[in-house]
Design a protein around this ligand. Structure first.
Ligand SMILES: O=C(O)[C@@H](O)[C@@H](O)[C@H](O)[C@H](O)CO
Length: 409
């Protein structure tokens, strides 16, 4: 079999997605997700201008060789653009291999290690009553693990609160990237957040009891000592994890957090290679790996990363917000089902419009996802519908402190 075409499809059904479609001389096609929120066109260009010509005539079955070739022959290594482009090729090739075998992809990764994939949803509220309603709604929808984000008194707009008004006047809901000519400015005050958050978790535990797994995302905003303080303060509420408590480019910083708290830690959605985790994993400074298949070099690289983590009893918590397309989501689900050290999967539902462009076979029942049993990934791209929604520039917001200093968002 030979690769005869590699097309890049950029489409914006409610938000931007970049999809790679690889076609073989036998007529089998494979899809890969190359979406990098707010920087989509850079990956589209990387693929179209630099990678697609290299793929022509290659044997699609040689996945490891193609991965190594794309990674090493570029000379310039790592980074989100490069690794998202390589991920898209990798996932598309796995899709082709599984379709050629007539099997769902997870079978090629060793087969199912579990019957379903525990998923967590995103509950949020501007105040406690709104948060409780959101948690109840998620429980009604079938979620059995819940991420909790709230507004903080004194701060106007906080990451992750769906009901807050966005810059366009609509709810924030599905997607923090805004279709505005400049990134929207949000405000931040870590001391106010640290004072407020423990009382929110206390209220949630009192209302919903001790069983429900609860998660929280710090979105990179704390220093190590602030993160240590928050982890300690949240210990009575038994979190499943505290995510992205520090920016974590400095892996050693997590030693300090770890020394002070037993709240489990999850990190890595902005990382893109195993090297970003070397110290974190070897020194057991985290409990969950948050990388996205889409941003970390695809299934081939994620499998190696998670096998490394498994040696230290560190589990997966694969990134799955709506900026991971249904193609990237399906790739995550096949991997989740096959690996032994599965932890939890993030799951934010895509909009009905996005689901018209990407027809998926995965299911969500009583808290558990399953990728389905269609050959390959189980996702089809409707290119006619996709063409109706051309790219629209959008930016993620950024933060400023009260004195005007730019802060991590
Ligand atoms: O935990 C998460 O899923 C978030 O941190 C993301 O929603 C993140 O904000 C987006 O991926 C940014 O594009």
């Amino acid at each position: 079999m030979k690769i005869v075409a590699a097309d890049i499809i950029v489409s914006s059904p409610d938000r931007n997605f970049v999809t790679l479609k690889i076609t073989t001389d036998e007529g089998i096609t494979g899809l890969g997700d190359a979406t990098l929120n707010g920087r989509e066109l850079s990956v589209a260009s990387y693929l179209r201008d630099h990678v697609a010509p290299l793929l022509m005539g290659r044997d699609p079955h040689r996945i490891e060789d193609t991965w190594q070739f794309l990674y090493r022959s570029a000379y310039w290594r790592r980074g989100p653009v490069t690794m998202a482009a390589i991920a898209a090729v990798d996932v598309a090739l796995w899709d082709i291999k599984a379709k050629a075998a007539g099997m769902p992809l997870y079978q090629l990764l060793g087969g199912a290690s579990r019957t379903g994939i525990m998923a967590y949803g995103h509950a949020s509220g501007r105040d406690i009553p709104e948060l409780f309603d959101s948690i109840r709604r998620h429980l009604d929808e079938g979620f059995r693990s819940i991420r909790v984000q709230t507004s903080v008194p004194g701060i106007n707009a906080v990451y992750g609160v769906a009901a807050q008004p966005s810059a366009t006047g609509q709810r924030y809901d599905y997607e923090p990237a805004q279709r505005t000519p400049l990134p929207v400015e949000e405000d931040w005050d870590t001391r106010a957040y640290l004072r407020h958050l423990p009382s929110v978790f206390e209220a949630v535990r009192n209302e919903f009891g001790p069983e429900l797994p609860l998660l929280h995302d710090g979105h990179h905003r704390m220093t190590p000592i602030q993160a240590a303080k928050l982890g300690k303060a949240l210990e009575p509420y038994d979190l499943f994890w505290l995510e992205d408590c520090t920016p974590a480019e400095n892996q050693e910083a997590l030693r300090l957090v770890r020394q002070h708290t037993t709240t489990p830690l999850a990190i890595g959605e902005v990382f893109n290679t195993v090297w970003d985790y070397q110290t974190l994993i070897r020194e057991q400074l985290i409990d969950y790996v948050r990388s996205a298949v889409t941003h970390t070099g695809g299934i081939t690289a994620m499998r190696k990363l998670l096998d490394f983590a498994a040696q230290y009893q560190i589990k997966s918590g694969i990134h799955g917000p709506t900026d991971i397309s249904p193609v990237g989501m399906a790739a995550a689900l096949h991997l989740d089902l096959a690996i032994h050290n599965f932890g939890i999967q993030e799951y934010m539902k895509h909009t009905p419009l996005a689901n018209e462009v990407f027809r998926q076979s995965f299911t969500f029942t009583d808290g558990y996802l399953h990728p389905g049993d269609q050959p390959g990934l189980g996702v089809e791209l409707d290119e006619e519908v996709a063409a109706r929604f051309p790219y629209e520039p959008a930016y993620l917001p950024f933060n400023r402190l009260k004195d005007g200093t730019v802060h991590d968002w």
